[in-house]
Design a protein around this ligand. Structure first.
Ligand SMILES: NC(=O)c1ccc[n+]([C@@H]2O[C@H](COP(=O)([O-])OP(=O)(O)OC[C@H]3O[C@@H](n4cnc5c(N)ncnc54)[C@H](O)[C@@H]3O)[C@@H](O)[C@H]2O)c1
Length: 361
């Protein structure tokens, strides 16, 4: 693996930690957002962007003083990039990750990691064989409410987990599915609501509840003129004996909320639109949750606008990825973590098609 000289300076060795040079592959909606996030990330510098759309790359080149490439392979061959962020339509993720890994460049991949669990397995193997770090974006895992909940669950403070539910009741204007060259809404791009919009809360549910054993589901395309589902309902059996459900849609005008509810032996907890909404505990006050409620964290919510995103989650994800590179460890959200929502949503799709309970692979 090629490591730039900038990576030789490690924290704790009395040397100033140098910058990781980041290249962006794909400069559409989330690509432009990554550029904004990178301005807030210590020890990272956006050095290059790549996209066949020259209007997009030259605007970013001017704004951020980085190099612009039409073909990401030229950016990888340039030799001045330590980490690439893959912000392409999902069906293009694998090819870009493989090219970066073969060039010895670490990779952070936007959600979904890939388009199937099988392809994700190949992606993980390609990065392992090349000795590069693979990070999978699921930025809400870094939200303060989710960190606090995970900690409370791991300490056993909530008692036995009994049920977990997710409600992603969003609206997308039909025009949304026409943008980006028409990749949205295609099955080959995992363009249904479960993977495109609800994947964040689905990932949080399986992460906090401890993994899903099996699912039954109904997925339908009720409003939008798209190939994949715009609405999905699923029942879940978790590995720990708890049960749960998922309701997800992009047809609910004007877009209501994204909500995660955890029903545990000692407490009921609700996270709504990325913040702790309320909790009730049988065993007295929970200081961490009271602190979160007191902060009244205001966040933008993407219930109707796909670009209403808070930078904090992606910033935390970059900070972890960069520390992982410097410390030569796996990022907290590695390829195996990125595969989990893919495997779950793949099982939900198959359960709906086959009308039966399906084990999650
Ligand atoms: N984490 C989040 O909250 C979040 C939010 C939105 C999108 N996403 C994910 O980000 C990815 C991109 O979504 P988007 O909304 O930005 O899509 P988009 O259509 O707005 O942008 C995709 C960009 O990729 C470019 N592109 C296509 N082929 C290319 C190639 N070979 N080389 C370089 N660039 C190429 C296109 O020109 C376009 O600019 C998807 O996987 C999506 O699921 C994540």
């Amino acid at each position: 693996m090629r490591l730039s000289s900038s990576l030789c300076a490690r924290p704790g060795h009395g040397l100033k930690m140098k910058e990781i040079r980041v290249g962006l592959i794909g400069c559409g909606n989330i690509g432009g957002f990554h550029c904004r996030v990178l301005e807030e990330v210590e020890n990272a510098k956006l050095v290059a962007v790549a996209d066949p759309n020259a209007a997009l790359t030259s605007a970013l080149e001017q704004k951020y003083g980085c190099r612009a490439f039409g073909d990401y392979k030229d950016m990888l061959a340039w030799g001045e990039v330590d980490l690439v962020s893959v912000c392409l339509p999902p069906a293009l993720h694998f090819e870009a990750v493989e090219a970066a890994a073969k060039a010895g460049i670490h990779v952070l991949v936007e959600k979904p990691l890939d388009v199937s669990p099988q392809s994700a397995d190949r992606m993980i193997a390609v990065c392992q064989n090349a000795g590069v770090k693979l990070g999978a974006v699921s930025q809400h895992r870094f939200d303060p409410a989710i960190r606090a909940l995970s900690d409370l669950i791991n300490r056993g403070a909530l008692g036995r987990l009994m049920m977990g539910t997710v409600h992603v009741i969003w609206y997308r204007d039909p025009a949304y599915y026409e943008t980006g060259g028409g990749w949205r809404g295609l099955k080959a791009n995992q363009g249904g609501v479960l993977m495109s919009q609800a994947t964040h809360y689905i990932d949080l549910l399986q992460y906090l509840m401890g993994g899903v054993d099996s699912v039954s589901a109904v997925c339908e395309t009720l409003l939008h003129n798209i190939e994949a589902e715009d609405t999905g309902l699923a029942l879940l059996r978790f590995k720990n004996g708890a049960i749960g459900s998922i309701e997800a849609t992009t047809m609910a005008y004007p877009g209501l909320m994204a909500e995660l509810n955890i029903y545990a032996e000692n407490a009921t907890i609700c996270v709504r639109n990325d913040s702790l909404a309320f909790y009730e505990s049988k065993t007295g006050k929970i200081a961490e949750l009271d602190a979160l409620l007191a902060q009244k964290r205001e966040v933008e919510a993407a219930v109707a606008d796909p670009l209403a995103l808070d930078t904090a989650g992606h910033r935390a994800q970059y900070l972890d990825m960069i520390s992982a590179i410097f410390e030569d460890r796996d990022p907290v959200l590695d390829g195996a973590q990125g595969r989990q929502p893919l495997a779950l949503i793949d099982a939900i799709h198959r359960a709906s098609e086959q009308g039966t309970w399906i084990k999650v692979d």
